[in-house]
Design a protein around this ligand. Structure first.
Ligand code: UD1
Length: 428
C-alpha cells in the first residue's frame, strides 16, 4: 500500500542513465536454465520482475550469487525441479519463458498460467503451436491453471507464427536451440529484445541466425556454455523519460541508450514539436513551446511500440488540437484513459481507437496505475499537471522502472513515495 505524491509544474532538466531492458532481461534469465555452467549476467534492471525471475530460478534449484546490484552469477547445474510454482508465475507474464527453457533443457516443463498486465485476452496458443511443431506434447485445454509440456526429443521444424508475437518467437527459440536439427520461425517478431536473446544464446554457443528479421533459423546444438553477458538498454524506459522531457517543456539527456532502438519514438516526439538529437549512446530531448497534436498507431517493431502508447497519450492529452491513437496490438489497452479524464483530459475511446481533444492543462488529483505503462503515463501527466497528484497501485510501476523516483528527482521532479502501513504491518 504505497503511492507516489507528485507536485506538478517543474521543468525537468538534467541527465538520466538508462538501465537494462526488462523485456530482454526476463527471457535471458530464463535462458540461463539451458547452460551447462555458471552465467554472469550484468545490466539487470533493479525491478521487481527481474527479482521474481531470480526467485523462480532459485525455486527450480539454481544457485544465485549477487555480484553487485545489477550483476548476478547464476549456476543452473543444480536445477532439479521443472515446475514454476503458481505463487511466483502469477505475478509476471514473462514466467512463460521457463516453458521454453525447461523444455529445451529437460524435455519437461510445468508452468502455472502467467500473470502480468491486463490488456485484454493474452493467449499463448502460438507458443504452444511452436512447441508442438518441435515434437512436444502440450495441453489441448489448460486445466488447473497449469501448462504442462514434455518431449522425449525435440526435433527442429518449420513454424509459421499466425501473429507476430514477441513471446512466442522467444519461447520457440529457447526450446529449439538444443533440439535435433534445424528450426525455422517465419513471421517472427523483430524487437530489439528478440535480437538480444538470440545474441545471448549465440554467446553460449547456440546457432541462431536472422534475429531482427522475420525469419529466424536455429540449428540445434548439443551443449550451451556458461558466459558473461550484458543486457541491452531499455528502449521503453528511455522513451518514458523522453516523454517526461516533452511534458514538462524540459531538457533531458539520456545516457547509455541505443538511439536506433528509439527511432520510432524520436520521430513521433519530433512531430509533437520536440528537438531530439542523437550521439553514440545518448539521446538529447529539448522541448520548447506547445505540444502539437498528432496521430499514433502502434505496430510491431520497427513500428511505434505499444508499450509507449499510454505515455504518448499523456502528452497528447495536453497537445494543441485533436489526436487519434490506434492500438493495433492489444484489445484493451486504454483502461488508463478514465484516470486521465479525472485529471481533466478530454478523450473518447471506441474499441482500439482513442481520440484526444487536447486541453491547455491537466489538474492534479488521486489516480491509479492500472498497469505498468499506464502507471508511467500517470506520472507524465502528473509532472505536467497543475497542483498535486497522488498515484496509487505503484507496484505496477515498480515492476518495470528501476529507481523511478530517484531518476526523476535527479532532473528536478518534486515527488515522494508515501508508504501507508497495512493493518497487519501496524500490528507487527
Ligand atoms: C511482450 C511484452 C509486452 C508488449 C508486447 C508487444 C514481455 C514480458 N512483454 O508481450 O510488454 O506489450 O510484447 O510488444 O516481453 N498473441 C496471440 N497468441 C500468442 C501470443 C500472442 O494471439 O500465442 C497476440 C497477442 O494477443 C497480441 C499480439 O499477439 O495481440 C502480440 O503479443 P506478444 O508480442 O506475444 O506479447 P507478449 O510477448 O505477451
Amino acid at each position: 500500500m504505497s503511492k507516489y505524491r507528485v507536485q506538478g509544474g517543474n521543468r525537468l532538466v538534467g541527465d538520466i542513465y538508462i538501465g537494462g531492458c526488462k523485456n530482454a532481461c526476463l527471457p535471458i534469465l530464463s535462458a540461463v536454465v539451458l547452460a551447462n555452467d555458471v552465467c554472469r549476467i550484468s545490466n539487470i534492471p533493479n525491478i521487481s520482475d527481474a527479482l521474481l525471475s531470480l526467485d523462480i530460478l532459485e525455486a527450480l534449484g539454481a544457485k544465485i550469487k549477487r555480484i553487485n546490484k545489477n550483476t548476478v552469477d547464476i549456476d543452473p547445474r543444480t536445477i532439479t525441479s521443472h515446475v514454476v510454482p503458481h505463487d511466483l508465475a502469477q505475478h509476471m507474464r514473462a514466467s512463460y519463458y521457463f516453458l521454453g527453457s525447461l523444455l529445451g533443457r529437460f524435455g519437461d516443463a510445468r508452468v502455472s498460467m502467467p500473470g502480468g498486465c491486463n490488456f485484454g485476452v493474452r493467449p499463448i496458443d502460438q507458443h504452444l503451436k511452436g512447441f508442438q511443431a518441435l515434437g512436444a506434447t502440450v495441453p489441448a485445454i489448460i486445466e488447473n491453471g497449469m501448462i504442462d509440456a514434455s518431449a522425449t526429443q525435440l526435433i527442429g521444424n518449420s513454424i509459421y507464427l499466425d501473429v507476430v508475437s514477441v513471446g512466442a518467437t522467444i519461447n520457440v527459440m529457447l526450446a529449439a536451440v538444443k533440439a535435433r536439427g534445424t528450426t525455422i520461425i517465419e513471421n517472427a517478431a523483430k524487437e530489439p529484445h528478440v535480437v538480444d536473446v538470440a545474441n545471448f544464446l549465440n554467446t553460449m554457443g547456440a546457432d541462431v541466425r536472422g534475429a531482427g528479421t522475420d525469419t529466424i533459423k536455429i540449428c540445434g546444438v548439443r551443449v550451451l556454455h556458461g558466459v558473461e553477458y550484458s543486457i541491452i538498454p531499455d528502449q521503453i524506459e528511455a522513451g518514458t523519460y523522453m516523454a517526461c522531457a516533452v511534458a514538462t517543456g524540459g531538457d533531458i539527456i539520456l545516457h547509455g541508450v541505443i538511439p536506433k532502438h528509439l527511432e520510432s519514438i524520436s520521430a513521433k516526439l519530433r512531430e509533437m514539436g520536440a528537438q531530439v538529437s542523437e550521439d553514440d549512446d545518448l539521446v538529447h530531448v529539448i522541448m520548447e513551446g506547445p505540444i502539437k497534436a498528432c496521430n499514433v498507431k502502434t505496430m510491431p517493431h520497427p513500428g511505434f511500440p505499444t508499450d509507449m502508447q499510454p505515455q504518448v497519450a499523456a502528452l497528447l492529452a495536453i497537445a494543441e488540437g485533436t489526436s487519434i491513437i490506434t492500438e493495433s496490438i492489444w484489445d484493451n489497452r486504454f483502461r488508463y484513459v478514465d484516470e486521465l479524464r479525472r485529471m481533466g483530459a478530454q478523450a473518447t475511446v471506441d474499441g482500439k481507437v482513442a481520440v484526444f481533444q487536447g486541453v491547455k492543462s491537466l489538474n492534479g488529483c488521486p489516480v491509479k496505475a492500472v498497469d505498468l505503462r499506464a502507471g508511467a503515463a500517470m506520472m507524465i501527466a502528473a509532472l505536467a499537471a497543475n497542483g498535486q497528484t497522488e498515484i496509487e497501485d505503484i507496484q505496477y510501476i515498480e515492476r518495470g522502472y528501476e529507481n523511478f523516483l530517484e531518476k526523476l528527482h535527479s532532473v528536478g521532479a518534486d515527488i515522494c513515495r508515501i508508504d501507508i502501513p497495512t493493518i497487519t504491518s501496524m500490528r507487527a
